[in-house]
Design a protein around this ligand. Structure first.
Ligand code: ATP
Length: 340
C-alpha cells in the first residue's frame, strides 16, 4: 500500500460535487504534481486532503492511518500557500518556529530546527529580520521552512511559485526540488504550469473536471498522453480529425474507429520542400506557408493544409506562399479514436 492513499474520494462545497471518485496514491518521499486547467478541482483536492473541506465519500489514509474524518489539526499535513500566509508582525525565526511553539516543542529543540531550516532554505543570517522586509522569493522560502519545521507526514504546495517573477521562480523551484530530494518529504504540488510540473514532479496527475485523466511519469504524460485532453493540455498544439481509414497503416489506431483525432506538437513537425519523400513512418501533409513568427530559438510557421491552419517550427524562416510538405514522425503522433 502507498504512503498516501486516496480511494474513491468524492468532495465539494455544500451539495455541489466537485471531485468524483478520485483514486490517487503517493509513495513515501515522492513529489506528485496536480496539473490541470483553472477550475478542474486541484485546490479542492488539496483542501479535502488537508481537512479544510469535508469528504463526502471515500477514504484518505497516510502511512496506514485512516484520516478521512480527522480535523485538519490532527492530520499532520501542512500546506504552503501561493500567498505565503506569513505572520507579518513576526520575525523570520518566529514564523518558522510558530508551529513548534503551538506543539510545545522545547526552546532548545526549536532553536536547533529553526537554524537547520534557515540554512537549508538559504536564509542564514536572516533569523531576526521582519518578514515584511523580505522579497517574494525569500518569503516563500520562510513559508517552506515553517511548513517543514513541524515535520509533516505530507507537504502540500498550492501554486507556491505563481506570485514570483520568472527568474526567482526558476531558482525557488530548483531549491524546493533539491530540498525534497535531500529530505525525502512526501508532497503534492498544485500548478497550472506544465514545465513546472515536468521539472519538479516524480509523477503527474492531469486533472479535468474533477477527475484524474492520467497519472504517470512526466515522460509518459508528455510523450504518451492517454487521452485527447491530456495531449492538448500538454502542448500538442495541432489537431486533425480524419477518417481512420485514410490513415497510413502504420499509425491507424487499434481497435479501429470511424474517425480519429490526431494531435502533434509544432516542434515535432519537419517542414521540407514540396513532395519530399521521408523514409521514416509517419504522416505526410502538403500545404502552403501562410505565416511565420520569430520565437527566438526558431520560427513558428502557420501552414494551410486543406483549409486548416497547422503550426510547424523550423530553425530557418520559410517564405510566405511557399508550397511545402510537412512530415510528422509516427512516435510524435498522438492518435485517439473519436467518440461519436
Ligand atoms: N468555496 C467554494 N464554494 C463553492 N464552489 C467553489 C469554492 N471554491 C471553488 N469552487 C468551485 O470548485 C471548482 C473547482 O475549483 P478549484 O479552486 O478546486 O479549481 P482549481 O483547479 O484549483 O482552479 P485554479 O487553478 O483556478 O485555482 C470550480 O468550479 C470552483 O468554482
Amino acid at each position: 500500500m502507498s504512503y498516501l492513499q486516496i480511494s474513491q474520494l468524492t468532495s465539494g462545497y455544500g451539495k455541489q460535487v466537485i471531485l468524483r471518485d478520485i483514486d490517487l496514491s503517493v509513495n513515501k518521499g515522492e513529489m506528485l504534481a496536480l496539473l490541470g486547467p483553472s477550475g478542474c478541482g486541484k485546490t479542492t483536492l488539496l483542501n479535502t486532503l488537508c481537512g479544510f473541506i469535508p469528504t463526502l465519500s471515500g477514504e484518505v489514509s497516510v502511512a496506514g492511518r485512516n484520516i478521512t474524518l480527522l480535523p485538519a489539526e490532527q492530520r499532520n499535513i501542512t500546506m504552503v500557500f501561493q500567498s505565503y500566509a506569513l505572520w507579518p508582525h513576526l520575525t523570520v525565526a518566529q514564523n518558522i518556529g510558530f508551529g513548534l511553539k503551538v506543539r510545545k516543542v522545547s526552546k532548545a529543540e526549536s532553536q536547533r530546527r529553526i537554524m537547520d531550516l534557515l540554512a537549508m532554505v538559504n536564509l542564514e543570517g536572516m533569523a531576526d529580520k521582519n518578514v515584511a522586509a523580505l522579497s517574494g522569493g525569500q518569503r516563500q522560502r520562510v513559508a517552506l521552512a515553517r511548513a517543514l519545521a513541524i515535520e509533516p507526514d505530507v507537504l502540500v504546495l498550492d501554486e507556491p511559485l505563481s506570485n514570483l517573477d520568472a527568474k526567482v521562480r526558476l531558482s525557488v523551484r530548483h531549491e524546493i526540488k533539491t530540498l525534497q530530494e535531500k529530505l525525502g518529504f512526501t508532497s503534492l504540488i498544485v500548478t497550472h504550469d506544465q514545465e513546472e510540473a515536468l521539472v519538479m514532479a516524480d509523477r503527474i496527475a492531469v486533472m479535468n473536471q474533477g477527475t484524474i485523466e492520467q497519472l504517470d511519469t512526466p515522460e509518459n504524460v508528455y510523450q504518451h498522453p492517454a487521452t485527447a485532453f491530456v495531449a492538448d493540455f500538454m502542448g500538442a498544439d495541432n489537431r486533425l480529425v480524419w477518417l481512420s481509414a485514410q490513415l497510413p497503416d502504420c499509425i491507424r489506431p487499434q481497435p479501429e474507429s470511424w474517425e480519429s483525432e490526431i494531435y502533434f506538437r509544432s516542434t515535432d513537425v519537419a517542414i521540407t520542400r514540396e513532395h519530399t519523400e521521408h523514409a521514416s513512418p509517419g504522416l505526410r501533409l502538403h500545404g502552403v506557408v501562410e505565416q511565420s513568427a520569430f520565437l527566438g530559438h526558431n520560427y513558428r510557421h502557420g501552414v494551410r493544409v486543406n483549409n486548416q491552419m497547422l503550426f510547424a517550427d523550423a530553425p530557418n524562416c520559410w517564405a510566405q506562399q511557399t508550397p511545402v510538405t510537412l512530415h510528422i514522425p509516427a512516435p510524435a503522433l498522438h492518435i485517439f479514436a473519436r467518440a461519436m
